[in-house]
Design a binder for this molecule. Structure first.
Ligand SMILES: Nc1ncnc2c1ncn2[C@@H]1O[C@H](COP(=O)(O)OP(=O)(O)O)[C@@H](O)[C@H]1O
Ligand SMILES: [Mg+2]
Length: 236
């Protein structure tokens, strides 16, 4: 067994004095996709914010390559190799696509040209629109830009919050294909999704969150086949 690239261990976390996460544990394999599903308000986004250093764990540990990163500043976490694509406000509408990509690389001190060219090769939409203001992009195009922007840092782990939210089914499918493509290039992905069946179908590992705790943790296929999970969390 290989050790996970990311491990959340018995974490409590929350906002001010309001606790949201309660003894939450999960792992992500270095080459894997893990997804977090569960009802609105379960604490899925709070998990990503806690891993990314936007919230400090009250208890427990967040380990990246085995090292404790809980409470490190987000900019240091980015430099260490973890990227984050928040659900909303994940691109700057008044900046061009290219400017957004360059902003994604401000923590790098080398020339961004080669990595941005590579991203243009991989994401044709982003390449075709490089001089357009991000606010003129469609929802799906914006989501792809948000990914590409996080990939400028060439992260080992990408945290992605509801990439398909608000997208038409076809566009959502394209975004899921992009998630798989990014993973195939060697980035481990921890993804939060409302579209639970779809997310589980591309993930190896799944976690069902309910009221800040892990209600089910299993191989994604096993979760999909679990009648209780299906009934309670996958809409039957
Ligand atoms: N900035 C915040 N301040 C206070 N409470 C928050 C904040 N963000 C989220 N919460 C609360 O934390 C709980 C979990 O929220 P969240 O992690 O966003 O859930 P999910 O992503 O699963 O829908 C909810 O009760 C929500 O109201
Ligand atoms: Mg959320």
């Amino acid at each position: 067994m290989t050790s996970p690239i990311l491990a959340v261990e018995n974490v409590d976390s929350g906002y001010g004095d309001v606790q949201v996460l309660d003894d939450l544990s999960l792992t992500l394999d270095a080459d894997g996709i893990a997804c977090l599903i569960g009802p609105n308000g379960a604490g899925k986004s709070t998990v990503l914010r806690t891993v990314f250093g936007l919230l400090t764990p009250w208890r427990g540990a967040v380990r990246y390559h085995g090292d404790e990163i809980g409470g490190m500043a987000p900019e240091d976490i980015v430099r260490a190799g973890i990227g984050y694509v928040p659900q909303t406000q994940n691109v700057f509408g008044s900046l061009t696509v290219e400017e957004n990509l360059r902003m994604g690389g401000t923590a790098r001190d080398d020339d961004l040209g080669p990595v941005i060219d590579e991203l243009y090769d991989r994401f044709s939409i982003v390449s075709e629109k490089r001089s357009a203001k991000a606010r003129t992009l469609s929802g799906g195009q914006r989501q792809v830009l948000a990914f590409a922007r996080a990939l400028v840092m060439e992260p080992d782990v990408l945290l992605v919050d509801e990439p398909s939210a608000g997208l038409a089914p076809n566009t959502a499918d394209e975004v899921f294909a992009d998630v798989e493509a990014v993973n195939a290039m060697g980035t481990a992905i921890l993804m939060v999704e409302q579209n639970a069946r779809k997310a589980l179908s591309i993930a190896e590992r799944g976690y069902v969150l309910d009221q800040g705790s892990v209600a089910y943790a299993d191989d994604a296929d096993t979760l999909l086949d679990n009648p209780e999970v299906s009934e309670l969390y996958l809409g039957g």
